[in-house]
Ligand binder design. Structure first.
Ligand code: R5P
Length: 324
């Protein structure tokens, strides 16, 4: 039986860990919203810089024994990843009890396998770096390939963009609509939407010559007379979506709307998409968005979803009910 005389002295000193949320530079806009939805201010963190650009994060409050969430997207340039690694290292050395990397957009995810000789598996390298820096848990959104979760030997909370896009699609109140995947690799994701809405699925079969360049695209499935909802994880140069919209319209689609979790919009992507046959492009704010007045691009916030997920992870509750 437990002796209460031994338990008593610890009662004053032992504390429950509380949630501390800190943000890296690139995700500050989103972290502020996440912390607002969570109901606690962002923790005090200063990213000092040497004159050559090297970063030196400094946490200005105690995190000893706390449940720490570090938010930063790891999109290019790789300074964003490096900043997160340095933040994790500092937090580990400051004796946090648990360190979760919250990565709204997981960069390098497109390098998820060795599909030709002499190439890197960038996503695995990033996983190794995060692990070496002291991260103990990952929370992220719509990984390019779900299997990337297996690159980590700790828990991964893989949030799902369906939580964001499904209510928006319902509000469109479309008739005669169906789902299309923008490429073969994304069929699983697109099928989740098709199953949920009980509609048909088409697939755009994209053949690339090299990264970001499309040689040709075929449509598998009948899209004639249908409003097509095109699903993809990333819009980078915009060429995949623009090409898919053209091909789908040629095959008789009535309209094509794109739902894409991560809006990178590199180079002339916004211009390419504005001129494309797409009716609209809906993305999330997993990455900073800089096209506020573009009538074709709609941005939905992932902040409430991340705030709820952080709350549940800290309370050790299920997160699967947050999405389909
Ligand atoms: C590729 O496999 C991804 O799912 C996206 O389709 C791709 O990254 C989009 O790239 P872009 O916008 O440059 O065509």
């Amino acid at each position: 039986m437990k002796n209460p005389t031994f338990a008593a002295p610890f009662a004053d000193t032992q504390k429950m860990s509380s949630v501390k949320i800190f943000s890296g530079t690139i995700s500050k806009y989103l972290s502020e919203q996440i912390s607002e939805h969570y109901g606690a201010p962002l923790g005090a963190l200063k990213i000092n810089k040497f004159s050559d650009g090297e970063m030196a994060p400094e946490f200005n409050e105690s995190i000893r024994g706390e449940d720490v969430f570090l938010i930063n997207a790891t999109c290019a340039p790789s300074d964003n990843l490096m900043e997160l690694l340095l933040m994790a290292d500092a937090v580990r050395r400051a004796s946090a009890s648990n360190i979760t990397a919250v990565i709204p957009y997981f960069g390098y995810a497109r390098q998820d396998r060795k599909d030709k000789p002499r190439v890197a598996i960038g996503a695995k390298l990033v996983a190794n770096l995060l692990t070496a820096a002291g991260i103990q848990r990952l929370m992220t959104l719509d990984l390019h390939a779900g299997q990337i979760q297996g690159f980590f030997d700790f828990p991964v909370d893989h949030l799902d963009g369906t939580a964001i896009f499904v209510p928006y699609i319902k509000d469109l109140k479309l008739n005669n609509y169906m789902i299309a995947s923008a490429d073969v690799g994304g069929v699983g994701r697109a099928r989740t939407y098709a199953k949920h809405f009980g509609v048909e699925l088409a697939v755009c079969d994209k053949h690339r010559l090299r990264a970001n360049e499309i040689a040709n695209m075929q449509v598998i499935g009948d899209v004639s007379g249908m409003n097509v909802l095109l699903v993809d994880d990333i819009v980078d140069t915009g060429r995949t979506l623009a090409k898919a919209a053209d091909v789908l319209m040629e095959k008789g689609a009535l309209s094509v709307r794109a739902f894409c979790t991560h809006g990178i919009f590199s180079g002339p992507a916004v211009e390419v998409l504005t001129k494309s046959a797409l009716t609209e492009i809906v993305v999330t704010d997993s990455l900073p968005q800089k096209h506020p007045d573009n009538p074709k691009i709609k941005v939905l916030s992932v902040a409430p979803l991340f705030a709820k997920a952080i709350r549940r992870v800290h309370a050790q509750e299920s997160i699967s009910t947050l999405f389909l």
